[in-house]
Design a protein around this ligand. Structure first.
Ligand SMILES: [Zn+2]
Length: 106
Protein backbone atom coordinates (compact mmCIF):
# COMPACT_ATOMS: atom_id res chain seq x y z
CA UNK A 1 0.00 0.00 0.00
CA UNK A 2 1.62 3.32 -1.03
CA UNK A 3 1.22 6.53 0.91
CA UNK A 4 -1.60 7.88 -1.26
CA UNK A 5 -3.65 4.70 -0.83
CA UNK A 6 -3.01 4.83 2.88
CA UNK A 7 -4.28 8.41 3.15
CA UNK A 8 -7.25 7.65 0.92
CA UNK A 9 -8.10 4.78 3.24
CA UNK A 10 -7.87 7.09 6.26
CA UNK A 11 -10.05 9.70 4.55
CA UNK A 12 -12.69 7.11 3.80
CA UNK A 13 -12.49 5.78 7.32
CA UNK A 14 -12.88 9.15 9.01
CA UNK A 15 -15.71 10.11 6.67
CA UNK A 16 -17.55 6.93 7.66
CA UNK A 17 -16.97 7.75 11.30
CA UNK A 18 -18.44 11.23 10.83
CA UNK A 19 -21.52 9.77 9.18
CA UNK A 20 -21.92 7.21 11.96
CA UNK A 21 -21.54 9.92 14.59
CA UNK A 22 -24.21 12.03 12.92
CA UNK A 23 -26.50 9.00 12.82
CA UNK A 24 -25.92 8.31 16.52
CA UNK A 25 -26.70 11.97 17.34
CA UNK A 26 -29.94 11.78 15.36
CA UNK A 27 -30.92 8.55 17.11
CA UNK A 28 -30.13 10.08 20.49
CA UNK A 29 -32.44 13.02 19.71
CA UNK A 30 -35.18 10.65 18.62
CA UNK A 31 -34.89 8.63 21.83
CA UNK A 32 -34.95 11.82 23.87
CA UNK A 33 -38.09 13.13 22.21
CA UNK A 34 -39.74 9.72 22.60
CA UNK A 35 -38.85 9.75 26.30
CA UNK A 36 -40.30 13.23 26.68
CA UNK A 37 -43.45 12.28 24.86
CA UNK A 38 -43.73 9.16 26.98
CA UNK A 39 -43.34 11.17 30.19
CA UNK A 40 -45.95 13.70 29.10
CA UNK A 41 -48.32 10.82 28.37
CA UNK A 42 -47.58 9.21 31.75
CA UNK A 43 -48.38 12.49 33.49
CA UNK A 44 -51.52 12.94 31.44
CA UNK A 45 -52.54 9.36 32.16
CA UNK A 46 -52.06 9.90 35.88
CA UNK A 47 -54.19 13.05 35.79
CA UNK A 48 -56.96 11.23 33.94
CA UNK A 49 -56.80 8.29 36.36
CA UNK A 50 -57.11 10.63 39.32
CA UNK A 51 -60.00 12.42 37.65
CA UNK A 52 -61.68 9.12 36.86
CA UNK A 53 -61.35 7.99 40.48
CA UNK A 54 -62.90 11.27 41.60
CA UNK A 55 -65.79 10.83 39.19
CA UNK A 56 -66.32 7.23 40.25
CA UNK A 57 -66.46 8.19 43.90
CA UNK A 58 -68.65 11.20 43.07
CA UNK A 59 -66.88 13.08 45.83
CA UNK A 60 -63.76 15.06 45.06
CA UNK A 61 -60.58 13.51 46.41
CA UNK A 62 -58.55 16.15 48.22
CA UNK A 63 -55.18 14.63 47.50
CA UNK A 64 -54.09 11.23 46.40
CA UNK A 65 -50.99 9.87 48.13
CA UNK A 66 -50.39 7.44 45.31
CA UNK A 67 -50.67 10.21 42.73
CA UNK A 68 -48.12 12.27 44.62
CA UNK A 69 -45.67 9.37 44.80
CA UNK A 70 -46.11 8.80 41.09
CA UNK A 71 -45.42 12.45 40.25
CA UNK A 72 -42.40 12.45 42.57
CA UNK A 73 -40.97 9.35 40.93
CA UNK A 74 -41.26 10.99 37.50
CA UNK A 75 -39.45 14.05 38.82
CA UNK A 76 -36.71 11.88 40.32
CA UNK A 77 -36.41 10.03 37.02
CA UNK A 78 -35.19 13.38 35.71
CA UNK A 79 -38.26 14.91 34.08
CA UNK A 80 -40.19 18.12 34.55
CA UNK A 81 -43.61 17.82 36.10
CA UNK A 82 -44.35 21.56 36.00
CA UNK A 83 -46.71 23.15 33.49
CA UNK A 84 -43.89 25.21 31.97
CA UNK A 85 -41.69 22.29 30.87
CA UNK A 86 -44.16 19.46 31.32
CA UNK A 87 -42.59 16.10 30.46
CA UNK A 88 -39.27 17.48 29.24
CA UNK A 89 -35.98 16.15 30.53
CA UNK A 90 -34.29 18.08 33.30
CA UNK A 91 -30.81 18.68 31.86
CA UNK A 92 -28.10 17.39 34.20
CA UNK A 93 -30.72 16.77 36.87
CA UNK A 94 -31.02 20.52 37.50
CA UNK A 95 -33.59 21.56 40.07
CA UNK A 96 -36.64 23.42 38.79
CA UNK A 97 -38.49 25.98 40.87
CA UNK A 98 -41.76 25.32 39.08
CA UNK A 99 -41.49 21.57 39.67
CA UNK A 100 -40.73 22.21 43.33
CA UNK A 101 -43.92 24.25 43.58
CA UNK A 102 -45.90 21.35 42.11
CA UNK A 103 -44.29 18.91 44.56
CA UNK A 104 -45.07 21.19 47.51
CA UNK A 105 -48.63 21.75 46.37
CA UNK A 106 -49.66 18.16 45.65
ZN1 LIG B 1 -39.98 22.03 35.92
Amino acid sequence: MDKKELFDAFDGFSQNLMITLAEIEAMKKQVQSLLEENTALRLENDKLRTRLTQLEQETPVKSSKQGKKYIESIYHDGFHICNDYYGQRRENDEECMFCMEVLDRE
